[in-house]
Design a protein. Structure first.
Length: 430
């Protein structure tokens, strides 16, 4: 590491952000938080050596400090992630100017020459109007924004500001969230997955839904954010797991297929995860093989050793493991070799582009072929038309999921749908 490179200082960053939030709360000004991630730095280190990687980190930190003119607002908070605090914003729209300036300066300054792999910048944002959110809630929002950008979403600042301006509604939602969790006011919908060889439903995914009287449907993303902000993610996940397994126990034998539940990134490395799942399986008398745990690729990569060990334990218990949003994180052949998965889910970002983008079609084909070599089943999500379905069949995909077959359905509607189609939702197996 070069002497001028910013050192990791997450504690200093959290303290500084807390001070800025308190100042905004007192003065009535606004603040922003920008997370700047050199997302392919590991690849650059591997291809060109750590000296090049350190040089890029040093230059990124120098440019951010120079742009800020306030060294106490720029911190390195991860191996390749910087935090840039934007205090005293008279109008939240100023954050757009800061974003554009940072993007332009880093794009220019981090270019070395054509022989060096270009840096892939990913930037997440959070706006905190009048300091109404805590420092940790602000950081959580910025991290969620960065995660969406890494998955291919476009950062829409206007939408971000509009969402923040509705934060008073969020405060009310936070109060209702705890009540809903206590009162079992959530529900699960289920989206079937179809085996392309047999043409039959082979499993389903349980998806959280919350309809709040007087408010309407609360998006699953917002529910997860509320759980994170209130420190109740474990409790929410436990509710989902138990509710899903109860449904699975009560379903007739004709719907006797495995059920998948999503485990949030923050719990993948938790030592309590296996005990929670084992306890729920015992309570509802469900065999471990009937439960599939879906985790995002990024959640495992974040702490690879701890994540792999935890997931290996789940596999040893007989629980299925599906890697969701595959292709949006940093994958390698060693990743395929060591991950204890049973299933890979190709992210719908690629699936929806395979008819119009030859590179994405080729990439999906490569993922399917390699996954099969390592013994994984491959699921494509986001299938919405027959042409995409046929293309996936030609590429050798195993299982498909999407609105072409069914939207996520309440439990009673799912069972009625299964009876109506007799488990064969109108496709012909090849």
């Amino acid at each position: 590491m070069t002497e001028s490179q910013l050192v990791l200082d997450r504690d200093g960053f959290v303290a500084a952000l807390g001070g800025v939030v308190e100042q905004a709360r007192t003065t009535g000004n606004h603040l922003g938080l920008m997370l700047v991630d050199l997302s392919n730095l590991r690849l650059i280190n591997h291809r060109h050596g750590y000296e090049i990687g350190d040089l890029l980190l040093t230059e990124a930190g120098r440019q951010l400090v120079a742009t800020s003119k306030l060294p106490s607002t720029v911190f390195r908070i991860g191996g390749h992630t910087f935090a840039f605090i934007l205090p005293q914003l008279n109008t939240p729209a100023f954050i757009a100017l800061a974003l554009n300036r940072v993007q332009r300066l880093l794009d220019e300054s981090l270019y070395i020459d054509d022989a060096i792999t270009p840096v892939q910048l990913r930037i997440g944002l959070a706006v905190n109007l009048e300091g109404k959110h805590s420092s940790l809630a602000t950081l959580s929002r910025a991290e969620a924004s960065l995660a969406r950008v890494k998955r291919g979403a476009v950062l829409e600042i206007d939408s971000l500001i509009v969402e923040e301006e509705s934060s008073q509604t969020d405060i009310a939602l936070e109060q209702h969230f705890s009540e809903a969790l206590y009162d079992n006011a959530f529900e699960l919908h289920f989206q079937p997955k179809v085996d392309l060889r047999s043409g039959r439903v082979c499993s389903a995914e349980a998806l959280l839904r919350w309809h709040l009287p007087g408010y309407g449907a609360v998006s699953p993303e917002r529910v997860v954010q509320l759980a994170e902000d209130s420190g109740q993610m474990y409790e929410l996940t436990r509710w989902v797991v138990n509710r899903a397994l109860r449904a699975l126990r009560d379903w007739p034998d004709t719907a006797g297929f495995p059920l998948a539940v999503n485990i949030p990134a923050g719990l993948v490395n938790s030592p309590d995860l296996a005990d929670m799942l084992q306890g729920a399986l015992a309570i509802w008398g469900v065999e471990p093989s009937m439960l599939i745990v879906e985790v995002t690729e990024g959640a495992v990569i974040e702490d690879k050793e701890a994540g792999f060990n935890n997931l290996q334990h789940l596999r040893e218990l007989g629980i299925g493991l599906s890697i969701d949003d595959f292709g949006t994180g940093y994958s390698s052949l060693s990743y395929f070799k060591h991950i204890p998965a049973t299933e890979i889910k190709i992210d719908q970002f690629f699936v929806r582009r395979i008819l119009n983008d030859n590179q994405d079609r080729a990439l999906v084909g490569i993922i399917i072929d390699i996954a099969h070599l390592f013994g994984f089943s491959v699921v494509a999500e986001g299938v919405e038309d027959g042409q995409t379905l046929q293309c996936l069949r030609e590429l050798g995909c195993d299982v498909v999921q999407g609105y072409y077959f069914s939207r996520p359905l309440p439990e009673t509607e799912l069972l009625a749908w299964l009876r109506e189609c007799d488990g064969q939702p109108g496709i012909t197996a090849s």
